[in-house]
Write a protein that binds this ligand. Structure first.
Ligand code: SAH
Length: 462
């Protein structure tokens, strides 16, 4: 990150003023896959059974598993999950995220936190929580932004990081703490950032006390990694699509006694629709009229795990429970602002979309985030207001990315340097086709009755 540039001369007040309308969006990213044979001799951890073998054995023993169980194993299996042993980011990795594209992204998220802190009458003690912090780049750039607001940084009692990956935890520690020691403590690990702020790593959000500190929470590309269930409405009711491992029926052949075929070698992981209801298919799609009223043949994706986390976030920022304080949360991810995701499970490897059923555990799996479902959970909680989702391009513009990009570009001495800033700016805000500025949405949870936040039509309160 040596190309990152100081924020000191950046005048936030000049860039936080435009008011923009809200948006109605119907963006669906649909991907379909031809299931191909998985390698059972995966290149994963040497000397260990590949995850494909383990999953195949489980399915053969207990029957097909839910897409949610499959996703959970692929991403966060304690030994072989995709995120557990790997740093997947960057040009040489599998994918790139907004904070990795430019420092501007994290700086603007940091500015948003400060505007909320100001609007909440500058609470004296805060907890800054990041869910799924990747390499720690977003947090590092937020901290850079905080340096321009010296009265805010000392109010942060703790930076709380939630990550399932020991490898990425190590990387985050390196990015944020440099040489400071990483110490094992009862609930996780602790250290100090280079700026001297206490930082603690937790495995789940639930491990973090909902205490009297003001909680400011950021989740960037976190919810899309949470497991989803897929359902289809048949004339006989909802059915859950399950992941099976065997020879798909269309591929079986008559095998005569002298033509012994190794059926196992033809088996693949693939989706199957059982002709019976499962406990999940009886309960989850019936939990809301949003799903239950859909016509026959509808297909939907639902992530109850995301609901749980959204509810936890709502409780923390509401300050409604005794002994807690008001805060704010920002959720940034891709997905439709107001429709239910359909068929969006995908895998990404080396910057290409591949089948989610090839070599489980070796590619990033994700699904569109159902922003309306997150919003509904928070609204039902009753003590928070929800703003967005708005398109990332618009949110960044309202936060002043244009002005920030101009400052950074003017500081560059070479044409290459200026072009690099322009390219990063365009990549973050571009709205054509499936570009990041459009498919990524930004949503905020704030305490009920609080002013409209910056980026969602509000302005900075002084
Ligand atoms: N926010 C970062 C990283 C996004 S990748 C960025 O935008 O660059 C997803 C991150 O979430 C990784 O750090 C991964 O280890 C973490 N993660 C994925 N599933 C998780 C889970 N169930 N619990 C906790 N962390 C998880």
């Amino acid at each position: 990150m040596s190309s990152r540039i100081g924020i000191c001369s950046w005048k936030y007040s000049s860039i936080l003023r435009t008011i923009r309308p809200k948006y109605k969006l119907d963006v669906r990213v649909l991907y379909r896959y031809n299931s191909t044979s998985p390698s059972t001799s995966s290149t994963q951890a040497p000397g260990k059974q590949p995850l494909s073998r383990i999953l195949a054995d489980i399915i053969k023993t207990t029957g097909p598993i839910s897409v949610a169980a499959y996703m959970r194993q692929c991403l966060t299996n304690a030994e072989l999950g995709y995120y557990i042993n790997k740093d997947p980011f960057g040009v040489s990795g599998d994918f790139i995220t907004s904070p990795e594209i430019s420092q501007m992204f994290g700086e603007l998220v940091g500015i948003w936190i400060i505007t909320q802190w100001m609007a909440l009458d500058r609470p004296k003690s805060c907890r800054l929580i990041e869910l799924g912090p990747g390499r720690g780049t977003l947090m590092a750039d937020m901290i850079t932004a905080f340096q321009s607001f010296p009265y805010f940084a000392p109010t942060i009692n703790e930076i709380s990081m939630v990550d399932a990956s020991p490898t990425l935890r190590q990387k985050q520690h390196e990015t944020l703490c440099g040489n400071a020691q990483l110490e094992k403590v009862g609930f996780g690990y602790q250290s100090k950032t280079k700026a001297g702020i206490p930082i603690v790593w937790y495995e789940t959000l639930k491990d973090i006390p909902n205490d009297d500190l003001s909680h400011f929470i950021i989740a960037h590309e976190f919810f899309d990694a949470l497991p989803i269930h897929q359902f289809e409405k048949t004339p006989n009711g909802w059915r859950e699509l399950l992941v099976d491992y065997r020879v798909p029926e269309g591929k079986t052949q008559l095998s005569l006694p002298n033509q012994i075929t190794n059926l196992e070698s033809k088996a693949t992981f693939h989706l199957t629709t059982p002709n019976f209801a499962t406990p999940s298919s009886k309960i989850i799609p019936e939990s809301s009229s949003r799903y239950s009223q859909l016509p026959v043949n509808s297909k939907i994706e639902i992530s109850p795990e995301s609901w749980d986390i959204a509810l936890d976030i709502a409780k923390r920022v509401s300050g409604a429970e005794e002994g807690t304080s008001r805060g704010s949360a920002l959720i940034i991810d891709y997905g439709p602002a107001d429709t239910i995701p359909v068929d969006t499970l995908r895998a990404i490897k080396k910057h290409h979309i591949v089948s989610p059923f090839d070599e489980p555990g070796t590619a990033d799996l994700s699904a569109d985030v159902d922003f309306t479902a997150l919003k509904n959970v928070a609204i039902e909680h009753g003590q928070v207001d929800v703003h967005g989702g708005v398109e990332q391009g618009d949110w960044l513009h309202e936060l002043g990315i244009g002005a920030r990009a101009t400052v950074l570009a003017n500081r560059q001495k070479t044409k290459e340097g200026k072009d690099r800033i322009a390219k990063a700016y365009n990549r973050l805000v571009e709205r054509s086709g499936g570009a990041m500025g459009k498919v990524y949405k930004v949503m905020a949870f704030v305490p009920k009755g609080m002013s409209v936040p910056v980026g969602f039509g509000g302005s900075v309160l002084e």
